[in-house]
Design a protein around this ligand. Sequence first.
Ligand SMILES: [Zn+2]
Length: 415
Amino acid sequence: MRLISLLNHYQHFPGFVYEKARHCAQSQTIEISVRPRRGSKPVCSGCHKPAPGYDHLSLRRFEFVPLWGCMVVLLYCMRRVNCRACGVRVEAVPWGIGKHQLTKAYMLFLAHWARKLSWQETALSFRSTWDKVCQSVEYVVHWGLEHRQLGPIVAIGVDEIQSGKGHKYLTLVYQIEQQCTRLLWIGQERTTESFDRFFTLIGEGLAKQIEFVCSDMWQPYLNVIAERCSQAIHILDRFHIVAKMNAALNDVRAAEARRLARDGYEPVLKKTRWCVLKRKANLTEHQRFRLRDLLRYNLKTVRAYLLKEDFQQLWEYESPSWAGKFLDEWCRQVMRSRIGPMKKIAGSLRSHRALILNYFRAKKQFSSGIVEGLNNKAKLTMRKSYGFRTFHVTEIALYHALGKLPEPDVAHRFF
Ligand SMILES: [Zn+2]
C-alpha cells in the first residue's frame, strides 16, 4: 500500500486509480493493477472526447519506469467505447500511446538515456531491448518533428556525411545561427533531388528569408542553392577549402616520396606527412625540427607546402576586394608552379572565386566551425550505434541527437 501512495504522489492519472501492487521476487517485477475511477467515462481514442462504454478487452501490460532495479508493469483492461463520431473504438489512456507496450513516461525515460549512452547500453542498463529503445526514440522524434517550429531561419549550412561502407552519403542541413544551432533535415544521397526536398519541406516563404548559406564545393548543392535560395549570400566553407588543399599537398608528397625511393635517393620525405599537413602552431618539437630540415631541399613537396602556407594569409583579410586580389595573385603563382594537384586546386578556387569572397562579405560571421562541429557530433552518433542499418533508424538517431526537438510533456520526469 505504501508503494501505491508513493506512485500516486509521482504519477497520478486522472480518472484512474491504482488498485494493488504485487512484487514477484523471482522475475524482479512489480505489477500494479489499474482500474477506472468509479463513474469516470472512457475517452475515445479517435476524437479524444468522452463516450459511453461498450465492452472490455483482455488484460494488457504496460511497461513503466523501473524502480530499485525491478521492472514495473501496469496491468489494465482496456475499455472500448461506442463513440457517436468514430464508432466502436478502444479508449485512450493517459499513460499509453496507441499500440505501444511501453508507457509514455518510460519511453521518454529511455529516449533521454539514449541520448547519453548508446542504444545498446541503454537497453542493458534498464533491462530493456534495443528494439524498445529504438521505438522510444522514434516516438519522441516523431512527436518532436510534428511539434517543432521551423522558422524563422536566417543561416543554414549543408554538408554531406559518409554513411556505412562504400560511397554512400547523407545530406545534412543545419541551422547555424548563434542563438540556434540544430539539425534541420536529413536526406538520403547527396544529389540535387535530395537537397531539393529540404526546400520543399520548409516552403518558399521560409526559403526566401534565408540570408546566409554555407556549403562545400559539391556541384549539386551549388545548383540547388542558386535556384532555391538565390537571395542568400552563399559562402564556401573555409574548412573544406583547407581540407582540399591538404589532400592535394599530400598527393604531391606521396608521389614524390615514391619517386625518390624508386630512383634510389635518400628517403627525406619518410614520415613527414603531419609535418606538412598540420598547422605550424600545432607541431611537436620533433616535427618542427623535421620540417626545418625538409625545407632545405628543393622538392616539389616543399614548394607545394610553401604555397599552402602562403594561402593561409587569405583568411586574415577584412575587405573582399583585397582578399580577391590576394586570391588572384596566389592562383597565378600556382598556375606557374607545374605542380599538378595544386594547379587543380587553383583552377577550382578561380571558378568559385565569388563564393569564396562571400566569406568576407558576410564579415566572417559564418565560418565552417559550426557546421564542422555539428558534423563531428553526427559522426559520433553514427559510430556509437552499431545497429543503424537502415536509413530510417539513422535518421531518427541523428534527429534525436542534434535536432533540439521539443518533447512531450509529462506530469513527472523520472530522469
Ligand atoms: Zn470518437
